[in-house]
Design a protein around this ligand. Sequence first.
Ligand SMILES: [Zn+2]
Length: 162
Amino acid sequence: MDVVKSSWGVADIENQSSRGLSQETVKMLICRSQDAKKHAYCPYSKFRVGAALLTLDNSVITGCNVENACYNLGVCAERNALSKAVSEGYRSFKAIAIASDFCDQFISPCGGCRQFMREFGSKWEVYLTKTDGSYKKMTVDELLPDSFGPEDLTMKKSDRYS
Ligand SMILES: [Zn+2]
């Protein structure tokens, strides 16, 4: 994982040498997640979250959290973005940026969203951000190690139920 303490303009040597996205692309994706956050519907928690997904063909699909008077029906920004993307035909992703109103700590996806991301691979990048645009880069695998995914359903099982 890379931790970047600086804000936008400062070069991040670790990232430049990695196989990841360009600084320009990361900045764009984080900006899009911050824009998406403005649409958050969170009258109960007052906790705004935005997410921006970068697809394999470099399309950006955004999402925000959407709460409900029946609290447990609320949906996270990350899952909204992923569901929007899948419904538009995308299933391969390079990265997702997540924005909240945290200024002193990086926003981190909930367990449910980690599993939801994992459905579409474990090697892609997740940018956890603060309001100043600084970020911590992780992979889905780092956020959800030893995970259960679609491939596991095809693994050899005991024949007890066959
Ligand atoms: Zn979540």
